[in-house]
Design a protein around this ligand. Structure first.
Ligand SMILES: Nc1ncnc2c1ncn2[C@@H]1O[C@H](COP(=O)(O)OP(=O)(O)OP(=O)(O)O)[C@@H](O)[C@H]1O
Ligand SMILES: [Mg+2]
Length: 347
């Protein structure tokens, strides 16, 4: 079973480290990232602002800004390391094999071109397509994402926000990619439109079997839409596993804190946010990056980065990077008391 899963990985990231060069020095934006995504899987990537979610997606897409450096690691798409291929192969892999949907559909669409024409152009950049075939493709893609096909002749400003985001999804699907990475794709939309778009995305994914990485701040969105979740903190993956299991029994104190910080509608449970803020990424940190805010931290946490521990579980493998993960169950019971978090003094 394990062997099969290894083989079916669409994307495998190994030992990935990314720095941003700044005037003040190098900021370690991604540190020792390892994970795999399998065909047809939907995986949520969560973590607070600035933890490196967009950096990870940009690195996978090969669109890091100029000051972003991959200092080590591999990004294997169907076994081929994208960090070693030439620019042309890389360009072809972008969109045709991995497509990206960003938060702002407005940025992805050209305001002075008809929406349908933009989709055709995106396809033509990768393969020749005649006019009749192009029109039929746009018609089919618009139907797929739930926009009336005759609207393909409209300009982006004639679309509502939800329609624009659907058009961007249509563009992402146009080349039948193996994988779609979506960076907060519906944050700008109201929850009803958001739910409709995700329902459609799930259906499309079941039909087309592309793998999906969904970046979001919203754990509830991950619970509804993703079989697996990866939790990121200050550039490292601290926990991953089947979504239901991670939410029901988190193993990392940071995940416990994130879950505590979500308010539940209709419940009198008070959300508790984690006091403090993530570390400065310029600083050299030898130990666990969460140690300064962690009620469980001891001296080892400050000195040594915890190894990734893999735990067998009913729904698939789980991973946690914490020296004290075996205390997680007990800590989760105490963690609903805000005093437990407030009492953390720098270790
Ligand atoms: N071009 C850049 N130059 C220098 N530092 C950068 C650059 N882009 C991002 N960073 C830094 O890298 C870290 C990770 O940023 P990133 O945008 O990946 O986070 P994020 O998890 O996507 O956050 P958000 O949830 O706010 O979108 C942050 O500390 C950020 O300040
Ligand atoms: Mg981001």
């Amino acid at each position: 079973m394990r062997e099969q899963q290894e083989n079916a990985a669409v994307l495998r990231v190994r030992g990935l480290n990314v720095d941003y060069q700044t005037k003040k020095g190098a900021a370690k934006a991604l540190k020792d990232i390892d994970f795999a995504i399998h065909a047809g899987e939907r995986v949520g990537l969560v973590g607070e602002s600035g933890c490196g979610k967009s950096t990870l997606l940009k690195t996978i897409m090969g669109v890091l800004p100029k000051n972003g450096d991959v200092t080590s690691g591999r990004i294997e798409l169907d076994g081929v390391n994208l960090l070693e291929v030439d620019d042309e192969t890389r360009r072809k892999a972008r969109w045709a094999e991995v497509a990206m949907i960003t938060q702002s559909a407005l940025n992805a669409l050209n305001p002075v071109r008809r929406v349908g024409d933009q989709i055709i152009e995106a396809v033509r950049a990768h393969r020749p397509i005649d006019k009749q075939e192009a029109n039929a493709l746009v018609h089919r893609l618009f139907e797929m994402v739930g926009v009336a096909p005759e609207r393909a002749r409209d300009y982006p400003h004639q679309f509502s926000g939800g329609m624009r985001q659907r058009a961007v999804i249509a563009m992402a699907l146009a080349l039948s990619p193996k994988m779609i990475v979506a960076d907060e794709p519906t944050t700008a939309l109201d929850v009803i439109v958001q739910d409709q778009i995700f329902a459609r995305l799930r259906e499309l994914q079941a039909e087309n079997q592309f793998a999906l990485i969904l970046v979001t701040h919203d754990l509830a969105l991950v619970a509804e839409n993703c079989q697996r979740v990866m939790v990121m903190y200050a550039g490292t993956l601290v926990e991953s596993g089947p979504t239901e299991e991670v939410i029901a029994a988190p193993k990392h104190p940071y995940t416990i804190g994130l879950i505590n910080a979500v308010s539940v509608l209709g419940s009198d449970k008070q959300p508790i946010s984690i006091p403090g803020s993530p570390p400065d990424l310029m600083e050299k940190i030898d130990g666990c990056r969460f140690a300064q805010r962690c009620p469980l931290a001891t001296s080892i946490c400050k000195d040594q980065m915890p190894e990734a521990v893999v735990i067998a579980s009913p729904g698939g493998e789980r991973m946690v990077r914490c020296h004290h993960w075996q205390q997680a169950e007990d800590f989760a019971l105490r963690a609903s008391n805000p005093d437990v978090w407030q009492s953390v003094s720098a270790v």
